[in-house]
Ligand binder design. Structure first.
Ligand code: BGC
Length: 758
């Protein structure tokens, strides 16, 4: 930008009353341009290089040692680091840049902030079950405060991949199966990380990932091929990314997968066409770990040079641990194979974020030892994690109101491989958490019950065997059922049994796909044996993905879904078991009856043969299992009961210029105060493309005292009815719709309306 152009823009901004923010943006542009004009090609390439400190590794490490990395940092050949997680470590590297490099461009320090830094919050799938956007934003805000106190200024999160496949281990990292809920949660997390002002040292730059369609890996196998079409891409996959972009997310991470023949890390239409051009977004794109060099293994580039060429041409701005930009970009520029404008654009995008973070004003802004000592893992943060855990728990089943358990209970048997486990609740992406630092459920129960209560404990069976680590394969116990007898003896003599089963922390997460989503055989045996001797049985599930547990659902009167809930897991679960907190979570994913139903999701299409045809086989079904899930999306019970009545819409026919209201009266008909997530679903009956049988379009959290009622209303307008149509644009098509309101996606409270053009 020339000096005169800048003056004009500033003058114009005063005249038109531009906000302070826009003026700041103009000044940043000017500073970016001025710096860029001083940079050599080699320095420009340096900004596109992201190294991992080899201390904490979250992917296969590159062949470069720490000393060589440090040398390159000093030469200004590195723009960002990941996995450097202490103020001292980050300071050393930032100082190396400032003391030795010519232009002293500060480093970004990135880290995976998935569900906490040191204070661990529930896994993202669990947090989503709260449907509580404020709480989710708060959780991300606390994580940002802890991480920035440790020198981090860039979060690799939120992960916003929609997925409908419980086999895929990374469902634990996302917001579940629904794009509407997923979009709201994406925005809450971005706002939690980035706050109102990126230059505030308690906030950091967010990075939504993985762009795009990574959650649709064939057969649920991580990193696998994706071949969905435009309908699914635009209507299901992209909405959370678009919402994050609209919320001002600073960066986006490309994905490992290919999409219909093109690896997404070199997908020009996705990265440049949609993200940068159509969405007019000015942040930067970072590859996933090594995903540019992996173009070779995909069979999309014959060597590293071609991989660099393809990725930069597609619009991928930064190379994470792939080392192909640092090796080949300069040559590609010299050979005129890559236009310098392309390199400049990438550099500008990265510098822009560094300026916004305030790093040029003070490169040590995030490097404060005092904060590191006082702002991490505080009592206050742990309490917030407990509060989030309470909100994330879902009561799946409660026959005969066996829950809550009276605190007057005289004897209780706490059984199961996860009952005393202090590590599993920390989940998979546990940041800097200390091993074994979670409160186990056994500890939580011991804390909440009077000392006089007889609490007995038996593990029953082992679940994981040997090493538990982020990087290595976990071995599961599939045969040894030695402890069952002891557990049964305790169960027999207790007034009530709490059986804690499910999945280890490292059963879900990256690289942890499974063909089975059932309990391990020893756990199944344990369950069968225990339920035979004591029908007063509460099953607490800990897991990072939906589980297929039809037998448990048939035989256990109560099931509490407790995911991997973080540092204060045991306290939160115990408070719910004993009625100190009324559960309010609702499932953000469908729970299948059988793995064979996967992918399973509520917002499915009708097909041409949706219903049983006169007793014949010619309809879309399985001959050996029902179509329905075991527990549907949006399902969750509580200790009171709610009734829905007076469901009304304000007008049955309305035009695209108007809006209508759908309202319902919600009454707490039970005996205790409770919170309900009131859900609005819409079905577009006919379209230029076939439409799902129901789509979530709104929700509200309502807390009511016993006997209290509230009218809950939702506005329906043209915008809410839009989808990516056969015209290849977002629009609402005139026609007939059904609208549903209720406490889960299985609600049948329905009204109809018609949308007209005029
Ligand atoms: C994951 C990303 C993560 C990156 C850096 C990759 O393996 O797919 O989600 O941000 O590693 O740790």
């Amino acid at each position: 930008m020339t000096y005169y152009k800048l003056l004009f823009l500033i003058f114009f901004s005063f005249l038109t009353g531009f906000s302070q923010k826009s003026q700041q943006a103009i000044l940043i542009e000017q500073r970016v341009d001025s710096l860029l004009s001083q940079m050599t090609v080699s320095e420009k390439v340096g900004q596109l290089v992201l190294y991992s400190g080899s201390w904490d590794v979250t992917g296969p490490p590159s062949d470069l040692g720490n000393q060589k990395k440090l040398d390159n940092i000093k030469k200004g050949k590195v723009g960002a680091m990941l996995n450097v997680t202490s103020v001292a470590g980050a300071k050393k590297l930032q100082k190396a840049v400032l003391d030795h490099s010519r232009l002293k461009i500060p480093l970004l320090f990135g880290y995976d902030l998935i569900h906490g830094f040191k204070t661990i919050f529930p896994i993202p799938l669990a947090e989503t079950a709260s449907w509580d956007l404020e709480a989710i934003q708060n959780s991300a805000g606390i994580t940002a405060r802890e991480a920035t106190a440790s020198g981090i200024n860039w979060a690799f999160g939120p992960m916003v991949d929609i997925s409908r496949d419980a086999r895929w281990g990374r469902v634990m990292e996302g917001a579940g199966e629904d794009p509407f809920l997923g979009s709201k949660v994406a925005v809450a997390r971005v706002q939690g990380f980035q706050g109102k002002d990126l230059s505030d040292p308690h906030t950091l730059a967010a990075c939504v990932k993985h762009f795009a369609a990574y959650g649709f890996a064939e057969a649920g196998r991580d990193y696998n091929t994706v071949s969905i079409g435009a309908y699914e891409l635009f209507n299901t996959v992209l909405p959370p990314f678009k919402a994050a972009v609209d919320a001002g997310v600073a960066s986006v991470m490309s994905a490992f997968n290919e999409l219909d023949g093109i690896p997404t890390s070199a997908h020009k239409e996705l990265l440049t066409g949609i993200l940068k051009e159509k969405w007019n977004w000015d942040g930067f794109i970072v590859s996933d770990w090594g995903s540019i060099v992996e173009l070779i293994l995909h069979g999309y580039a014959k060597d590293q040079k071609e991989a660099a060429y393809r990725a930069i041409n597609a619009g991928n701005d930064m190379d994470m641990e792939g080392r192909v930009y640092e090796k080949h970009l300069e040559t590609l520029i010299t050979e005129n194979k890559v236009a310098i404008q392309l390199l400049d654009d990438a550099v500008k995008r990265i510098l822009r974020v560094k300026f916004k973070l305030g790093l040029f004003d003070d490169p040590y802004r995030y490097l404060n030892e005092k904060r590191e000592q006082s702002e991490i893992y505080t009592q206050e943060n742990l309490e917030a994690a407990e509060d989030m855990a309470l909100k994330s728990i879902v009561l799946l089943q409660n026959k005969n109101n066996i829950l809550p358990i009276s605190k007057k209970v005289t004897s209780i048997a706490v059984i199961g491989p996860l009952a005393a486990d202090k590590d599993t609740p920390l989940g998979n992406w546990r940041g800097k958490a200390e091993k074994e630092s979670a409160i186990s459920l056994l500890e939580g129960i011991q804390e909440i019950l009077p000392k006089s209560t007889k609490i007995s404990y038996a593990k029953g069976v082992h679940l994981g065997l040997g090493e538990r680590s982020f990087t290595n394969e976990l071995t599961l116990n599939r045969t040894d059922d030695n402890g069952i007898e002891e557990a049964v003896a305790l169960a027999k003599n207790a007034e009530i049994v709490v059986l804690v089963i499910g999945e280890e922390a490292f059963q879900s997460g990256e690289g942890r796909s499974q063909v089975s989503i059932e309990l391990t055989n020893p756990q199944k045996k344990l369950f069968e044996a225990v339920q035979k001797v004591n029908k007063n049985l509460v099953v607490v599930l800990m897991n990072g993905r939906p589980l297929a547990i039809p037998d448990v659902a048939e035989k256990a009167p109560a099931i509490l879904e407790a995911w991997h809930l973080g540092s204060r897991s045991g306290n939160a679960i115990a408070r719910i078991l004993f009625g100190a907190y009324n559960p309010s979570g609702k499932l953000p994913v469908s729970f299948p009856r059988h793995i064979g139903q996967v992918p399973l999701y509520y917002n499915t299409k009708s097909t041409g043969r949706p219903a049983n045809a006169q007793g014949m086989v010619f309809w879309s079904h399985y001959t050996d299992e029902r179509n329905a899930p075991l527990f549907p999306f949006g399902h969750g019970l509580c200790y009171t009961s709610f009734t829905y009545s007076n469901f009304k819409i304000s007008k049955e026919t309305f035009s695209k210029k108007e809006k209508i209201t759908a309202s319902v009266k919600l009454t707490n008909t039970g005996k205790v105060a409770g919170k309900e997530v009131v859900q609005l679903y819409i079905q577009d009956l006919f379209g230029s493309l076939t439409r799902p049988i129901k789509e979530l379009k709104g929700f509200e959290l309502v807390t009511l005292n016993p006997g209290e009622s509230k009218i809950v209303s939702f506005i329906i307008d043209e915008k809410l009815l839009q989808f990516y149509t056969a015209n290849k644009k977002w629009e609402a098509e005139p026609g007939d719709f059904k609208v549903y309101i209720g406490g889960s996606s299985y609600t049948d409270l329905v009204q109809k309306f018609r949308l007209t053009d005029l």
